[in-house]
Design a binder for this molecule. Structure first.
Ligand code: UT7
Length: 340
């Protein structure tokens, strides 16, 4: 049994239901295999597969920016949604690797796709950013502020990877995924969202350099401060707890049980994290959509790419309940249930 949507205290108009009417994704062509990495750092195909499930990842070209990948994914979503870029009122780009600190990468995307009627902003919520974007989009649409919102998760993580650190360089890849959200006059659509953060753990997954606290200087670059720093074991532990709690919150809000969920699309960081969640939620692993073996961890892009693949391959069908659940640096976490 679904709970009715909450009514808005600030609006006399009834709350509107929000649907995803198009998805798209883009992966760069270049593939970096585990064998390639084993020639760069002291690692092996066996270690990477056993500890993470990753076999290969995509690497953006030097002149291929986060906004280029984001725009490619967006255009595919726009085509599937059968709308014009001019119909878009708001562009949200979730990324930890913006083209520049400012202006927002969303502004570059706007220019590339010709969405001249949109307001643009970036979301900084690390790997959880795409679902933070869905929540924000939903709020704008249900409150009648905007009708059509483009949400993108896009990353060029290889631009902030320390290629001499085997603890991190084997994990990440590049790519982008996008979704168009719009009001739909039926009961289907985004039925439950939950977002959360815990800044007490901001020092277990972060990039110290490049911001105002530690600006880019020759010394800081030499010290690898403008690259990803991670305490893997601690992140792993927090990830399992945060994703489990977030999944339970979204189910509770939707009035659904885990048996109702046809497909779980989790953050694609480590297959062992996904297996731990499947085990604790007591659902078979084959109900999870997993593509991290092919792309590694693409942070904010990961669930967006997986959603698009699940959509286009027919893995998710109209009427299915889909649970998306993510975590990332911050710490941040989020979950969304969609009736497809
Ligand atoms: O989007 C969020 C992003 N982050 C994550 O999701 C990361 C979550 N954490 C993880 O996925 C895992 O903690 C890792 C995959 C990062 C590491 O797996 P682990 O089982 O926690 O390994 P560990 O860090 O405890 O390292 C075990 C050993 C160490 O050697 P010693 O000290 O036991 O001799 C590491 O130095 O494995 C070594 N090691 C490697 N060996 C070969 C670490 N990285 C590698 C490597 N190849 N690439």
């Amino acid at each position: 049994m679904k709970r009715p949507l909450r009514s808005s205290p600030r609006s006399a108009k009834p709350l509107r239901t929000v649907s995803i009417i198009g998805t798209g994704s883009y992966l760069p062509k270049k593939i970096l295999t585990n064998a390639d990495l084993s020639r760069m750092v002291h690692t092996s195909d066996d270690w990477i597969i056993t500890r993470t499930g990753i076999k290969e990842r995509r690497i953006a070209a030097k002149d291929e920016n986060t906004s280029d990948m984001a725009a490619e994914a967006a255009l595919k979503a726009i085509e599937q949604a059968k709308i014009s870029p001019k119909d878009i009122n708001l562009i949200l780009v979730a990324t930890a690797t913006p083209d520049m600190l400012f202006p927002a990468t969303a502004c570059f995307v706007q220019k590339k796709i010709g969405a001249i009627n949109a307001a643009c902003l970036d979301i900084s919520a690390a790997c959880a950013g795409f679902l933070f974007g869905l929540e924000i989009a939903q709020q704008f649409i249900t409150s009648h502020t905007h009708d059509t919102v483009l949400v993108i998760g896009a990353e060029k993580l290889t631009s902030i990877t320390n290629w001499t650190d085997r603890n991190t360089c084997v994990l990440f890849g590049d790519g982008a995924g996008a979704a168009i959200l719009r009001h739909r006059g039926s009961a289907h659509g985004v039925i439950s969202t939950h977002i959360g953060s815990d800044g007490r753990y901001s020092d277990i997954l972060f990039m110290p350099g490049g911001g105002s606290r530690c600006p880019i200087t020759r010394d800081n670059v030499d010290l690898n401060l403008a690259t990803i720093h991670m305490t893997g074991k601690e992140v792993y532990k927090q990830a399992v707890t945060a994703m489990l709690n977030a999944a339970k919150k979204a189910l509770e809000q939707a009035g659904l049980s885990i048996e109702d969920i046809a497909c779980v699309i989790p953050h694609q960081a480590n297959v062992r994290i996904i297996e731990a969640i499947a085990d604790r939620l007591r659902i078979p692993l084959d109900r999870f959509y997993v593509n991290l073996d092919r792309y590694g961890n693409t942070s904010a892009a990961a669930v967006a790419i997986a959603l698009d693949e699940a959509n286009r391959s027919g893995r998710i069908k109209p009427g299915d309940y889909i649970l998306m659940v993510v975590f990332g640096g911050g710490l941040t976490w989020a979950s969304t249930i969609i009736e497809w």
